[in-house]
Design a protein around this ligand. Structure first.
Ligand SMILES: *Cc1c(COP(=O)(O)O)cnc(C)c1O
Length: 430
């Protein structure tokens, strides 16, 4: 039986590379054909064939309060009647910047862009300009968008150069990106020693969502900050995913560690395309037109996007209790699934913090990218497809975080656990 999704996907493949506008949506790593979504509300996605799914992807993070929250929807409707884009300043840009500065203590000044990718690209350009150094260090398995400087695979040893991780990225770009191992301070220290006075910045997801969820060990982030200070390099937290998700001030809010620069995205747009980067005023003042570092955007600070973002940030400040509630939901699911793994004697490992969550099909604790890669992705594919069958929409890859929303109530959580039990049983026969 042909579904509408399948027929749309066939047409899409004729005119869009791989049929999608962002690769992971194509279901390549889990098998099957992607669903086309018709609409979304609260805890649910509805596909074009009329089937409903509990949404555990939340647009890859933005939907902290569930889909189409009325306060955001109403704010955007109202803004729409005043026009969509001016190419000139609008008051909401001031309001959202003031809001971000008030919510995230390390940010004194902030620049809005249209995506997380733009935010990280601009942040490293700024770090290079500020330090007058070329190289950056990132961590294997962290994702910072699709900018050339980040699509670099680690070399085989500290002394060997990285290599382009995508055709089209030049070897000369690759030589300026060094790669350390997450949760391994020694690997970072070696890179600093091997490249004296040449590291402009260390960029990382302080809690990683993009190799599946991986949590920093005690002292790891503090150690990175120490090394940055010793070597005169900037510390950049890429909080595109964790910003406003782990707390109202992101990962920073959990630890009081203040990076020099922070990149934001996802939640900050409430579902519309927004990114941002910000930090110490002294550094941010180097950005044009205040300073010489060029960065611009025709639709940056777009009135609809800033309205959605501002409505989202207001929701967060009006509902500070949301994080504790989300954490309880996260712990409930994590404990439930850990128990299922035990009962069924399946090799699996669950990482969870707040509303971020990953079930890895491996028998080791996952602390870095090589650990994550020990996962049985074929098993994850079986699990994913059965969850979908049971009406639960997970991110279609082993190496992603599930995103819980405040729209999930106990009946949704019970449904997810019931579905998970069935899906885990399926992996036994696979
Ligand atoms: C999603 C993400 C990005 C890229 O953001 P886009 O809006 O997709 O360009 C960058 N960094 C992190 C940590 C992300 O999760």
């Amino acid at each position: 039986m042909g579904s509408l999704s399948a027929s749309y996907f066939e047409r899409a493949q004729e005119v869009i590379p791989g049929g999608v506008n962002s690769p992971v949506r194509a279901f390549k790593s889990v098998g099957g054909s992607p669903l086309f979504i018709q609409s979304a509300k609260g805890a649910y996605l509805k596909d074009v064939d009329g089937k409903e799914y509990i949404d555990l992807i939340g647009s890859w993070g933005p939907m902290l309060f569930g889909q189409a929250h009325p306060s955001i929807e109403n704010a955007v409707r109202e803004a729409l009647s005043n026009g969509f884009s001016f190419g000139a300043p609008s008051y909401n840009e001031v309001l959202i910047a003031e809001k971000i500065v008030s919510m995230i203590p390390s940010i004194e000044k902030v620049r809005l862009v249209n995506s997380g990718t733009e935010a990280t690209m601009a942040a490293i350009r700024l770090a290079r300009a500020y330090t007058n150094r070329d190289k950056i260090i990132k961590f294997e398995g962290c994702y910072h968008g699709h900018g050339d400087s980040f699509l670099i695979a680690a070399g085989s040893g500290v002394a060997t150069l990285g290599t382009p991780d995508s055709p089209g990225v030049t070897v000369s770009t690759a030589k300026d990106t060094l790669t350390a191992i997450y949760n391994d301070l020694a690997s970072l220290e070696l890179l600093f020693k091997a490249n004296p006075n040449s590291i402009s910045a260390v960029i990382l997801e302080p809690v990683v969502g993009n190799m599946g969820l991986v949590i920093p060990e005690p002292g790891f982030i503090e150690g990175i900050q120490q090394l940055c200070q010793t070597h005169g390099s900037l510390l950049i937290f890429d909080e595109v995913m964790t910003g406003f998700r782990l707390s109202s001030s992101g990962y920073q809010g959990l630890t009081q560690i203040q990076p020099d620069l922070t990149t934001l995205g996802k939640i900050i747009g409430g579902g519309l395309p927004v990114g941002a980067y910000g930090g110490k005023a002294e550094i941010m003042n180097m950005i044009a037109p205040a300073g010489p570092v060029y960065q611009a955007g025709t639709l940056s600070g777009n009135p609809l996007a800033t309205t959605a973002g501002l409505a989202m940030l207001n929701l967060i400040t009006n509902h500070p209790e949301v994080y504790q509630a989300l954490n309880q939901k996260g712990e409930f699911l994590a404990e439930g699934i850990r128990q299922q793994l035990k009962d069924l004697q399946i090799d699996g490992f669950v990482n969870q913090i707040g509303s971020m969550f990953t079930l890895f099909f491996t028998n080791i604790a996952v602390k870095n990218f090589s650990d994550a890669k020990t996962s049985d992705t074929a098993k994850f594919g079986v699990y994913f497809r059965e969850m979908l069958n049971q009406g639960v929409y997970l991110p279609p890859s082993q190496f992603e975080s599930w995103f819980l929303s405040a729209a999930l109530d106990q009946s949704h959580l019970d449904h997810i656990l019931k579905a998970s039990r069935i899906a885990l049983e399926k992996t036994l026969g696979a």
